[in-house]
Design a protein around this ligand. Structure first.
Ligand code: B12
Ligand code: SF4
Ligand code: SF4
Length: 309
């Protein structure tokens, strides 16, 4: 079988497994991204996310992660929910965290895809990643033609917007490459204008250390007072720069059973959120990405957005 046929076979199986888009690029050094990542780190845009400083060389070259790597197979998995939180005045959680933790859901599918490749193509050396290692997920998805990186720094697909997780397989198999697509942000600046903490410091560059997502999920200590009153009700993550993006008018609800949220979670009132006990937290969030902040973190965030800390 030829390189083209292998690529088609892999893409068809990815779609069968529930991925929405699959594209391929040649594994190599991320030349354009290298100086940008370096600057971003030098300017401490990662704040206290120490892990972003690690494995600088590996992050920029998948051949340092997988021996003999030749191709990166990038995959998108839609998480745009059908449901929304019932009460407008209730604290808001990011759509990506409504259901079961995506790491778990997608990892299983990646394993199946890798097994499929081994069974149908041959003994391939490869590894599966979903936000789980020093890999620049967006850069690879962009190179593989799955979308462009917008001014809010998220990958946007012209037909379906940006509410996607990005995953990839790095393989020592030569495959037919896809080409990147055009940037369709044009003169729009909606995301930059809407960001309440001015975290999008210039088009395409997010200062991670100013982002509500960082404060509410990644930061382990107290949230600085200078951002008090700016969270617009977001208690876990933030979707503002995606919600305002015109391309997200094309988002379609996902088809993943495991992402369907608990009805109780969607209908929590403001006072139920504020009175949440550890027991309720565990019940609602054991399988969810929200467990990353822990009960204490969520309580800290609630106090912060209520102005009581
Ligand atoms: C660290 C991180 C964060 C940090 C920092 C955000 C950031 N933009 O880097 C924080 C905690 C703030 C964060 C927040 C969110 N994240 Co996050 N995050 C990551 C992570 C782990 C690494 C990203 C990274 O490498 N950053 C380093 C910087 C340097 O990279 P970058 O932002 O892409 O920077 C590029 C641009 O700045 C550009 N650039 C720089 N200068 C210039 C100049 C010009 C002229 C141009 C054109 C470009 C340019 O080049 C840089 C390098 O390519 C990835 C997973 C992964 N392993 O890749 C997920 C990931 C990016 N996050 C994701 C998500 C969903 C989110 C949130 C939406 C979650 C939420 N709802 O709260 C928010 C969105 C915030 C935002 N607007 O970016 C998804 C994005 C999916 C998508 N469609 O793009 C990812 C890919 C996880 C995944 N596998 O699905 N995240
Ligand atoms: S996620 Fe929210 S805080 Fe972060 S850049 Fe987007 S709008 Fe700003
Ligand atoms: S809101 Fe506008 S500028 Fe921002 S990412 Fe979307 S299209 Fe691009």
């Amino acid at each position: 079988m030829s390189m083209q046929n292998f690529s088609h076979l892999i893409k068809a199986e990815a779609i069968r497994l529930g991925f929405d888009f699959c594209g391929i690029s040649k594994a190599g050094f991320l030349e354009e991204e290298a100086p940008r990542l370096e600057q971003w780190l030098l300017q401490s845009r990662h704040g206290k996310m120490k892990y972003m400083e690690n494995y600088f060389d590996k992050r920029l070259d998948p051949r340092k992660l997988v021996d003999g790597a030749q191709s990166v197979v990038s995959l998108l998995y839609n998480y745009y929910p059908f449901e929304s939180q019932k009460y407008d005045d209730a604290p808001k959680i990011s759509k990506y965290a409504y259901g079961t933790d995506y790491h778990e859901v997608i990892k299983e599918k990646l394993k199946e895809l890798l097994n499929f490749i081994r069974e149908n193509i041959g003994e391939v050396n490869g590894r599966a990643f979903v936000d789980s290692a020093p890999v620049m997920d967006k850069a690879w998805a962009q190179k593989s033609g799955l979308g462009w990186i917008g001014k809010n720094s998220n990958l946007i697909n012209k037909n379906s917007g940006s509410f996607f997780f990005i995953a990839e397989l790095i393989l020592d198999l030569q495959l037919e490459e896809d080409l990147p697509v055009e940037d369709f942000c044009g003169t729009c600046t909606k995301c930059i204008d809407a960001c309440p903490t001015e975290a999008i410091i210039q088009p395409y560059v997010v200062d991670g250390s100013k982002c509500i997502s960082y404060f509410t999920i990644e930061l382990k200590e107290e949230i600085p007072v200078d951002v008090k009153g700016k969270f617009e009700g977001w208690v876990f993550g933030c979707d503002i720069c995606q919600d305002v993006c015109p391309w997200n008018r094309f988002s379609k609800p996902h088809r993943e059973r495991q992402f369907v949220p608990d009805e109780k979670l969607m209908s929590l009132t403001k006072s139920e959120w504020n009175e949440i006990t550890e027991e309720v937290f565990k019940k609602l969030f054991t399988a969810s990405a929200v467990k990353r902040t822990g009960y204490k973190g969520l309580k800290r965030n609630l106090k912060f957005i209520n102005g009581t800390s």
